[in-house]
Design a protein around this ligand. Structure first.
Ligand SMILES: [Zn+2]
Length: 119
């Protein structure tokens, strides 16, 4: 996928996980972090700031790695991918977060985040 698409998807995943963590994990200690985006071993000069609990951070970094490794030029819907790269139990966690945050935002169609062809 193009760098812009990669940056956009990374930001969107983070946004959803951040909303989820803010709402669900209010009483869990969070840590501020900065992620310097790289794609195909190239620095993109984009920093993503996040403030997540350790569990959400793990999920975010997992999703980010999967996104980095996505081999598709035109990223298909993950649900429809012939070779889904998420492990099942991780996918369930991420899907739950996307759904929750999507509803929180009143933007249910965004729950198709992993899915939309062009974002
Ligand atoms: Zn959290």
């Amino acid at each position: 996928m193009r760098d812009e698409k990669f940056i956009h998807d990374s930001k969107t995943v983070l946004k959803f996980i951040q909303i989820y963590c803010n709402n669900k994990h209010q009483n869990i200690l969070k840590e501020e972090n900065l992620l310097n985006l790289t794609y195909r071993k190239k620095e993109l000069h984009v920093n993503l700031a996040y403030n997540l609990c350790s569990e959400c951070k793990k999920i975010f970094l997992y999703s980010y790695q999967k996104l980095q490794a996505c081999p598709h030029e035109e990223k298909p819907r993950c649900r429809k991918c012939a070779k889904p790269c998420y492990e099942k139990h991780e996918w369930v966690k991420v899907a739950k977060i996307m759904k929750y945050s999507g509803m929180k935002q009143g933007l249910i169609k965004l729950t198709k985040l992993f899915t939309a062809k062009t974002l």
